[in-house]
Structures are given as C-alpha cells and as structure tokens.
Ligand binder design. Sequence first.
Ligand SMILES: *[C@@H]1O[C@H](CO)[C@@H](O)[C@H](O)[C@H]1NC(C)=O
Ligand SMILES: *[C@@H]1O[C@H](CO)[C@@H](O)[C@H](O)[C@H]1NC(C)=O
Ligand SMILES: *[C@@H]1O[C@H](CO)[C@@H](O)[C@H](O)[C@H]1NC(C)=O
Ligand SMILES: *[C@@H]1O[C@H](CO)[C@@H](O)[C@H](O)[C@H]1NC(C)=O
Ligand SMILES: *[C@@H]1O[C@H](CO)[C@@H](O)[C@H](O)[C@H]1NC(C)=O
Ligand SMILES: *[C@@H]1O[C@H](CO)[C@@H](O)[C@H](O)[C@H]1NC(C)=O
Ligand SMILES: *[C@@H]1O[C@H](CO)[C@@H](O)[C@H](O)[C@H]1NC(C)=O
Ligand SMILES: *[C@@H]1O[C@H](CO)[C@@H](O)[C@H](O)[C@H]1NC(C)=O
Length: 639
Amino acid sequence: METSFVVVVLLFTGLVFTGGVNSDLVEDKKALLELATNLRHTRSLNWRENSRVCNHWTGVVCDEEELRVVELHLPGIGFHGELPANTIARLSALQILSLRSNAISGKFPSDFVNLKNLSFLYLQFNKFSGALPSDFSVWKNLTNVNLSNNEFNGSIPGSIANATRLTALNLANNMLTGEIPDFGIPTLQQLNLTNNNLTGVVPFSLRRFPNSAFSGNNVSYVNYAPSIPPVNAPTVSQPVHKSRHSRKLGLSVLLAIIVGACVAGFVVCAVIMIMCCKKGEREIVLSRKVQKGEGSPEKGIAGGHDANNRLTFFEGCNYAFDLEDLLRASAEVLGKGTFGVAYKAVLEDATAVVVKRLKEVGVGKREFEQQMEVVGGIHHENVVELRAYYYSKDEKLMVYDYYSQGSVSALLHGKKEEEKIPLDWDTRLRIAIGAARGIAHIHTENGGKLVHGNIKASNIFLNSQNYGCVSDLGLSTLMSPVAPAISRATGYRAPEVVDTRKAGQPSDVYGFGVVMLELLTGKSPVHTISGSEVVHLVRWVQSVVREEWTAEVFDVELMRYPNIEEEMVEMLQIAMACVVRMPEQRPKMADVVKMVEDVRRLDTGNRPSSEAKSSGARSESSTPPLPTTAAVESSSSPH
Ligand SMILES: *[C@@H]1O[C@H](CO)[C@@H](O)[C@H](O)[C@H]1NC(C)=O
Ligand SMILES: *[C@@H]1O[C@H](CO)[C@@H](O)[C@H](O)[C@H]1NC(C)=O
Ligand SMILES: *[C@@H]1O[C@H](CO)[C@@H](O)[C@H](O)[C@H]1NC(C)=O
Ligand SMILES: *[C@@H]1O[C@H](CO)[C@@H](O)[C@H](O)[C@H]1NC(C)=O
Ligand SMILES: *[C@@H]1O[C@H](CO)[C@@H](O)[C@H](O)[C@H]1NC(C)=O
Ligand SMILES: *[C@@H]1O[C@H](CO)[C@@H](O)[C@H](O)[C@H]1NC(C)=O
Ligand SMILES: *[C@@H]1O[C@H](CO)[C@@H](O)[C@H](O)[C@H]1NC(C)=O
Ligand SMILES: *[C@@H]1O[C@H](CO)[C@@H](O)[C@H](O)[C@H]1NC(C)=O
C-alpha cells in the first residue's frame, strides 16, 4: 500500500518534470518578473509567479514548443523610469520587442546586444535619450526599427549599413544631428528621418525615398554636375551645390522620366505579348528556316548542297558537327540584327551554337573568306569567337559560341522575369570594362585597321566571369553599301556614319559610348516617351547634363547601391567623351579602356563593399573582384 503510493507520487512528479516546465522558460519567466518588479508601471500586469507564462501573461508570446519567450508586446503599460538592466536582455530568443507608447527614459539599453535574434524593435513614443546604438551589426536579423518620437541625440551611426536585412527604419522626431550616413541597404523600403536636426547632403543611395522622409531637417541635395566634357579628357568632377529652386525642377524632370519609363515598359510588354503569340512557330528545324527565308530562292542549301559547300572551321575549334547536323538542329530565332537573322541551334549532342544568316552580302567569295580569316583569327577573352562559316551563292552563315545569359540589351531592356536579378553596378562595370577591352583588341588587328562596325548592346554578351564580350565584328565591310536602312542600329550610329555610311574606329568608340549610356541610364538608345515622342539617348543625356541634372540621368535600379555616385559620374563623363560629334575628338579605344579601368581603381580605398552587401540578395557571389592594377598615370589626354 505504502509502496504503491510512493510509486504514484514518483510518477506524478516525473510527469511534472518531463512534460512540464522547461528550464529556459523558467529563466525567461524570472527575467520578466524582475522587469515588472523593477520598472514602475501604471497599468497592472497579470504576471503571477504561479501562473503559466505562455498564452497567459499579458503581452508574452512563446515559440510553438513553449520553450522560450519570442515576443514581448507591452505598449501603453505606463512604464516610466529607466529600463532595469539585465532583464529584457535575458530573453535571448526574443524576436519582437514592442515597448512603444510608454514613458521609459534613459539611454538605449546597451544590453540589448544580447538579443541576437531580434527582428522587430518598437520603442517609439518614449523618452529615451542619448546616442543611438553604435553597432547595428549585432542584430543580424533586424528588419523593422522604430525609434521615432524619443529624445535620441548625436548622429546616425554608419554601422546601420550593416543591418542588411532592414526593411523599415523610423527615427523621426528625435534630436539627431550630423550628416546622414550613406547606408544604402537594398532591402530598405520605408525610411523616416523627419524632424531631427540633420545636416549635410542626402546620400545618393537614399534619394529613392520621398523628400518627405527628410523634411524637418537642414539637409540639401547636392548634385554632381560634370560639365559637358570639353573635348575628351574627363576629369574628376566636383560637387556643385544646387538651389532649392532647381531641386523642384529636378523633381518634375524625374516625374517625366518615370512616366516615360512606364510608357516604355508598356510598349515592351506589348512587344513581348506579340512575340509570345508567335512563339508556337519559333522552334523549327534550321534548314527549313534557312530555306524559306525571305529573298532567297526556295531551293535552299539543304536541298542543293554539294561537296564544296562545307562549313569552314577555324583552328582550335573542337566542335564536331557538319553542315547537315547544323541544318537538322532545332533552331530558335534569337533576333533579327542589322546584317541578318541570328538563330540558336541546338545540336543532337546538346551543344548550342549561334548561327547567323547574313543577308545583303556585297562582296565575292574570296573577299568574304579573307575577312572571315581575319575575324576567325581573333582570340581574346572579350571577343566572341567565330567558330565556323559557310559561303555559297545563296547562303552565308556564321557560327559563334552561344552565351546563355543573353545580350546586354536583353539583360537591360528585356522581359523582367520574377527571378531575374537587375544588373547591379559591379556587373555593369564589368560589362563596360570587358567590352572596352574587346573593342580595343579588335582595333589592333589587321595592322591596326580593323573596324567592328556594329557596336551595340545586343552584340555584347557576358563571358563566364560576367565581363562584357563583343560579338558580330567585321561584318560591316562585307555588306553592300546600299543595305536597307539600318533602322535597328539607329541609336548607335555616329553622325559621320549617318552621313557617309562609312564606319571607322571612331564610330566604334561612339557606339561604345552609347552602350555605356545604356548601362548608366537603363534606357534604350532610342525610345519613345508619351507614346510618340522619339528620344535619342545621347541627345537626352546631353540635354539633362547641360541642365545640371546629372543625378536624374542614372538608372533608378542603381539607386539602391551605396557610394557609387562618383563612379557613375566618371563613367558618364567617359561615355560623353565617346559620343562627341566630331570623330577625331573622340578618345581612342585603348585610352577608353584605361579610363574605364580607372573608374574603380580611383575608389578602392574608401568604398564599403556594395558587392558584399548586394550578394546577399544576389545569387552570383562567385564573380572575381574587379582587377585593380597598380595606380597609373593614365589620365593621359586621349587622342
Ligand atoms: C534564434 O532563432 C533560431 C530559429 O529562428 C533558433 O534556432 C536559435 O536558437 C535562436 N537563437 C537564440 C539565441 O535563441
Ligand atoms: C535569424 O533568422 C533565421 C531564420 O530566419 C534563423 O535561422 C537565425 O538563427 C536567426 N538568428 C540569427 C542571429 O541569425
Ligand atoms: C546628448 O544628450 C545628453 C543628455 O541627455 C548630453 O549629455 C550629450 O552631450 C548629448 N550629446 C550630443 C552629441 O549632443
Ligand atoms: C560593418 O561590419 C564590419 C564587420 O563587422 C565592420 O568591419 C564595418 O566597419 C562595419 N561597417 C560600418 C559602416 O560600421
Ligand atoms: C513607427 O511609429 C510611428 C508612430 O507610431 C508609426 O506611424 C510608424 O508607422 C512606425 N513606423 C514603422 C516603420 O514601424
Ligand atoms: C537644431 O539646431 C539648431 C542650430 O544648431 C538649434 O538652434 C536648435 O535648437 C536645434 N534643434 C533641436 C531640436 O535640437
Ligand atoms: C514620418 O513621420 C512623421 C511623424 O511620425 C509623419 O508625419 C510623416 O508622414 C512620416 N513621413 C513618411 C515619409 O513616412
Ligand atoms: C542649414 O545649414 C547651413 C549650412 O549647412 C547653415 O548655413 C544654415 O544656417 C543652416 N540653417 C539652419 C536653420 O540651421
């Protein structure tokens, strides 16, 4: 009898200890009770030592297993006085803390650094004073911070840039002073710094927020206004202070741009929809495409090929296919370019190549082959290699490597898929550096006389390191001069090419300048605004820069990255030197390479890595760092 009673008691107590209270929760409970005892409050709390914490205590939320307190909501409890140290800080699993609308005074509790999992912090409407926490990087998960309506003074710590997951930050109605640090956090969606005593310049990366986010301070919007490059040699720009009056003007310009961008987006959507409707007929065998192409006889090469009609491969090409394989391959139209249609052909062994079918070739077989030998002999990491070609009376084909990421034009202006990441600044720099090197290399070939002749964003691809890589070279000399209006290349044609139809190396420089402007503005070289008004990118940029509205030129996508404005302004200057009207005043491509490489070199010292920060949101973190060659005296006057 007695023994069975003991057994029952043991079982019972065992149950209590295993199924019941967890030691961490016991600790959390203790911490909360200490808080309630040591912080005066006008409303009563139902926190009793002998009651269950989870689901019972006012404002306390536990995790699902009821092992830890993860949320504490205590708004308007009438807390006053200083927060007792080492109370809330012991709730180390806390994710949400709201003490808003009380009258808590004293400094920001330094022991909150122990709340490593904190993601929501609401302390607004209290009487906290003194400095903001100096190191925000201790809260890796911080997403929402509201410290508004307190008496915090001192400056906003630069370390806030390290709270890389922040989506909302409200510091309104405090007494903060000093300059606003450049904490361009890509994820940040809401910002309110109103009614402080902040001074200086609104950093570039925060200008995507409305002016009202900064009102009630003494801040200005300095604009970097490089003068239109006099002839070529770009110099480092000096910031120029702008008046309030012109700032308003800038807003209306910005509005016009946004409206324009919306219209352009609509047009792009419409085009995409039309293309999708046609998609059904896109995948056909290449030979049929080639056979029934406009302007060529029905009897295509597939029907009438003979022993001489072979693909000519270049040395070092390890592709194993012949013309018949190519013609049997399934093909997809990649685009209709200036000189013909490009197809993506997937061979039986899954190799993908680009086949370009030229139209309007104006030279004979011998001349064609000579030019192909020149082009096929170019091996450079920033030039898309020509692998093979085919010449017959009726058909001229060129075979290139296929680049899966698509052209820079498609990346910049193409359909925005859900998972598609906007091109960040570092990638755009790499594209410009790579393309510049590729073009400069082309200009050294053929005794320094080779001309690309068709530089545009749709002819630039990303190589495996995401550097620009130039395609489609040397075709312009093959084409009959009476080729139909090269409408697709309009925005890229240098004035002298429009006049004389003769492309030279300076016109390649011009085309590259337009590509740089596209990278900087995110806009197409020719686009329409308000439905019908045609805007030429070069003229538009020139007019905006002339009005000293440089900052309005840049792609809003780029606004999210901090500390890049100077680099962008420098790039803009280089681009504008490339597109000056007189061909002999444009820099040589070799000089352009140096200038573009110098953009990053100048700035390696004082630049908190936007790469590191943006790579959280981006998938490709494997790209190697940009090259930083030793400093060079290369602001040489290009000529
Ligand atoms: C933080 O939260 C994660 C899960 O969200 C948990 O695994 C971890 O233990 C928590 N850290 C602390 C200190 O409680
Ligand atoms: C942050 O949140 C993630 C899940 O969202 C969690 O795994 C992690 O433990 C949290 N805490 C810290 C300090 O990163
Ligand atoms: C902030 O306010 C405190 C008093 O609350 C004062 O001692 C301190 O000097 C102030 N700091 C700054 C930078 O104004
Ligand atoms: C961000 O954190 C890193 C490492 O913790 C530190 O070196 C850097 O100074 C911090 N940045 C700022 C702006 O505080
Ligand atoms: C911060 O608090 C203010 C005042 O309560 C509120 O209007 C605002 O929405 C809050 N902001 C954020 C980011 O939570
Ligand atoms: C803001 O600064 C001005 C000038 O320094 C000063 O007169 C004013 O009292 C300050 N306001 C607050 C709220 O700190
Ligand atoms: C910022 O906060 C103030 C006061 O809380 C509010 O009046 C204002 O509308 C807010 N502005 C923005 C842009 O959120
Ligand atoms: C605003 O700042 C400028 C320069 O930073 C200063 O000259 C001016 O007096 C300030 N205005 C106020 C109201 O504090």
